[in-house]
Design a protein around this ligand. Structure first.
Ligand code: ADE
Ligand code: ZN
Length: 326
C-alpha cells in the first residue's frame, strides 16, 4: 500500500533488538556446520516450524539453544553484519542493539570473542551502510545479581564502547528490585540505563524499574497501561517505550494485532517507538512491525512520522546528532 511505501522510506532508529534474536535459521544452519555444533533440527523449514510460542519462556528456551552455534568472533561478526544489512534495507539509520554476554560466557565463550565480532561489524556498518550503532549489555534476570556483577566487571575493558545496560530474559518472578545494586554500579560508571518491564510482568515491575533502576527507557512497558497513575507519570516524564508488536503477538502478550495497545499508548501521549525485538524469531524486521499495525488500522501516516521521530528522540545519541536526523 501507499502507507507501506511511506513507512519503508522513513528514516528511523531501532532501539530494541537483541542481536542473538536476529539469527536467521539459514545462518544458524551455516554456523552449526562451520563449527561442528549439533542442532536438533534437520532443515531450515523444521527450524521455522518450531517457532510457535505460547509465552516468553517458550521462546527463550529456543533462543538460548539457537545461540549455541555462535562460537568465534567471525560468527558474531556475521550475525551482526546480517542484521545491519537488513536494518539498512528498512532505512534504519541508527541502532542501539542488545547483547546477552552471559548466554555466551556461561558456555565457555570469552567476552573478548563476542566484543571483537560485534564491534568489527559495527565499524563495518558505518562504512558500508552509513548506519550508526551502539551496544547495550543486558543482564539475564533469571540468573542472580552476583552473576550480573561479574558480567559488569568482565565488561570493564570495553566500557568506552558500551553505551548502557539493560535487563532481559524471564520476567515474572525476577523483578527489577533483584538488580538494584548492579544497576547503581552501572550508573556510577556512566552507563545509560534501560530495562524490560511490563512485558509479562505487572505494572509494579515498571514502578521498580523507574524507582530502583532509574531507567531512561522502558522496554515493552505494555502492562503499564493497567495503572492510570503510572501512565500519567510516564507521559509527563516523556519516557520512551520500545514496543515490539510482532513479538507481542508471537509471545501471546496480545491475542490479536487489532487489539495491540500501541495506538492507545499514542493517544495517551506516551513517547512510543516500534521495534523488532527478535526479528528472526518473530517474523519480521522493523518495517514489518510498522506494517502489521498499519494493516490492522492501528497507525496512519502521521502516527508513522511520530513513531520514527520518537525513535531518534528516545535514542542515546547526543542532542546535536539527534537534530540532524529529525
Ligand atoms: N530476550 C530476547 N528477547 C526478549 C524479550 N522479548 N523479553 C525478554 N527477554 C528477551
Ligand atoms: Zn526484548
Amino acid at each position: 500500500s501507499d502507507l507501506d511505501t511511506f513507512i519503508a522510506g522513513l528514516p528511523k532508529a531501532e532501539l530494541h533488538m537483541h542481536i542473538e534474536g536476529s539469527l536467521e535459521p539459514e545462518l544458524m544452519f551455516a554456523l552449526a556446520e562451520r563449527n561442528g555444533v549439533a542442532i536438533p533440527f534437520a532443515s531450515v523449514e523444521e527450524v521455522r516450524a518450531a517457532y510457535s510460542f505460547s509465552n516468553l519462556q517458550d521462546f527463550l528456551d529456543i533462543y538460548y539453544a539457537g545461540a549455541g552455534v555462535l562460537i568465534t568472533a567471525q560468527d558474531f561478526h556475521d550475525l551482526a553484519a546480517a542484521y545491519f544489512a537488513r536494518a539498512a534495507a528498512d532505512n534504519v539509520r541508527h541502532a542501539e542493539i542488545f547483547f546477552d554476554p552471559q548466554t555466551h560466557t556461561d558456555r565457555g565463550i570469552d567476552l573478548a570473542t563476542v566484543m571483537e565480532g560485534l564491534l568489527s561489524a559495527i565499524d563495518e556498518a558505518a562504512e558500508r551502510h552509513g548506519v550508526t550503532a551502539r551496544l547495550i549489555l543486558c543482564f539475564l534476570r533469571h540468573l542472580d545479581e552476583d552473576a550480573a556483577f561479574a558480567t559488569l566487571e568482565a565488561a570493564e575493558p570495553w566500557l568506552d564502547r558500551i553505551t548502557g545496560v539493560g535487563l532481559d530474559s524471564s520476567e515474572v518472578g525476577h523483578p527489577p528490585a533483584k538488580f538494584a545494586r548492579v544497576f547503581a554500579a552501572a550508573r556510577a560508571r556512566g552507563l545509560r540505563i534501560v530495562a524490560h518491564a511490563g512485558e509479562e510482568g505487572p505494572p509494579e515491575y515498571v514502578h521498580e524499574a523507574l524507582d530502583l533502576l532509574e531507567i531512561e527507557r522502558l522496554d515493552h512497558g505494555n502492562r503499564a497501561l493497567e495503572d492510570p497513575a503510572l501512565v500519567v507519570r510516564l507521559a509527563r516524564s516523556a519516557m520512551t517505550f520500545t514496543v515490539c508488536p510482532l513479538s507481542n503477538l508471537k509471545l501471546c502478550v496480545v491475542d490479536d494485532i487489532a487489539d495491540h495497545p500501541l495506538p492507545r499508548m499514542l493517544r495517551q501521549g506516551l513517547r512510543v517507538t516500534i521495534n523488532s525485538d527478535d526479528p528472526a524469531y518473530f517474523g519480521g524486521y522493523v518495517n514489518d512491525n510498522f506494517r502489521v499495525l498499519a494493516a490492522a488500522g492501528g497507525i496512519d501516516r502521521d502516527d508513522a512520522v511520530t513513531l520514527a521521530r520518537n525513535s531518534f528522540l528516545g535514542s542515546f545519541l547526543p542532542d546535536d546528532v539527534v537534530a540532524l536526523h529529525l
